[in-house]
Ligand binder design. Structure first.
Ligand SMILES: Nc1ncnc2c1ncn2[C@@H]1O[C@H](COP(=O)(O)OP(=O)(O)OP(=O)(O)O)[C@@H](O)[C@H]1O
Ligand SMILES: O=P(O)(O)OC[C@H]1O[C@H](OP(=O)(O)OP(=O)(O)O)[C@H](O)[C@@H]1O
Ligand SMILES: [Mg+2]
Length: 285
């Protein structure tokens, strides 16, 4: 049975459960459930604090886990990223009252509050800056107003939390994060779990593709085929089938969902007709 760690709370937990459900896995019904077995897929899910997931996975007791890239780096655990999942996207940044600092070099001798002590301490050390780090569990934006620190380092998505606290980011982003699948560093590809791990990854990749691509079908004249195919190259190569009407072909290709309307306009302009797009519910590439 494949043993997988899934976030039980916070920004990662809802989207992770949605993705696993879309990939055909059974998910818990109650937020209090801490583990469930999906016997049909021979998988057991452990619902753990996002911060702890890299530690469990690096211990080898769990085969893989879903966590945030920033949480993995912060933990310093012996685990590696094997698949980015495209949700819980954020940047990790320094912030302070306007005019506090322009970059990491200005932080010498100052105090930085953060929930991500590992990332911040390493970044300061790599930058050769000697500053103090105060660990707080969350809501770090308030630390400046309350005089616990002059600077914070925190997750920023929309920037609303910073604005509400009268703070501004400064310096280069320290890192970019998103949800990721992790496994133990150097996990042996010969391990018994390997085929199941690969199957799990293919399922999640299938969900990512189904979310970002649509299927496009259209008819076009043979003389326009090369131009049309240039607009819809597909992932490998489009399917082209003859039509009963001589001189016409039907084309089928996957296209990025965000470009679908523009591609339909461009196909129409070169004479393609009966242009349809349909959602992809699941796929294996
Ligand atoms: N507002 C946000 N938008 C996008 N991603 C976020 C946001 N807040 C946190 N994250 C990301 O979610 C992951 C999990 O962070 P964390 O466990 O702190 O979740 P949380 O939503 O802050 O919940 P809590 O602090 O209540 O546990 C991290 O990788 C972080 O980058
Ligand atoms: O840029 P924004 O869109 O405002 O998002 C960023 C905020 O979201 C997270 O906080 P969360 O709500 O998880 O609270 P926490 O600080 O207690 O973790 C993060 O720590 C920031 O405070
Ligand atoms: Mg948080």
């Amino acid at each position: 049975m494949l043993r997988i760690a899934v976030p039980n709370k916070g920004s990662l937990s809802g989207p992770a459960a949605d993705m696993l459900h879309e990939a055909g896995y059974r998910q818990r019904r109650e937020s209090k459930e801490l583990r469930i077995v999906d016997p049909g897929n021979e998988v057991e899910f452990f619902y753990l604090r996002p911060r702890d997931i890299a530690i469990y996975v690096s211990s080898g007791r769990l085969d893989i886990g879903i966590t945030g890239r920033d949480l993995l780096v912060d933990s310093g655990a012996d685990a590696e990223e094997i698949l980015p999942l495209g949700f819980a996207r954020s940047t990790f940044r320094f912030a302070g009252k306007p005019g506090t600092a322009n970059g990491v070099a200005d932080l010498k001798g100052r105090t930085v509050a953060t929930s991500y002590e590992g990332i911040v301490a390493r970044h300061l050390a790599d930058s050769g800056v000697d500053a103090s780090v105060v660990h707080l569990d969350g809501a770090v934006e308030t630390a400046i107003e309350l005089g616990v620190a002059e600077v914070i380092a925190d997750v920023v998505e929309t920037g609303t939390s910073l604005r509400n606290a009268g703070l501004e980011v400064f310096g280069e982003p320290i890192m970019k994060s998103e949800a990721i699948v992790i496994r133990r560093t150097g996990a042996d590809a010969e391990e018994a779990a390997e085929p199941k791990v690969q199957q799990f990854l293919r399922r999640l990749q299938g969900v990512l593709v189904a979310r970002t691509y649509v299927m496009m079908d259209y008819d076009c004249r043979v003389e326009q085929l090369e131009k049309a195919v240039a607009l819809t190259p597909g992932l490998e190569s489009p399917t082209v089938s003859p039509l009963h009407n001589e001189g016409w072909v039907a084309v089928r290709a996957m296209v990025p969902a965000k470009d679908a309307q523009r591609i339909m306009d461009d196909l129409y302009a070169i004479g393609a007709r009966a242009i349809l797009t349909t959602a992809i519910h699941a796929c294996r590439l």
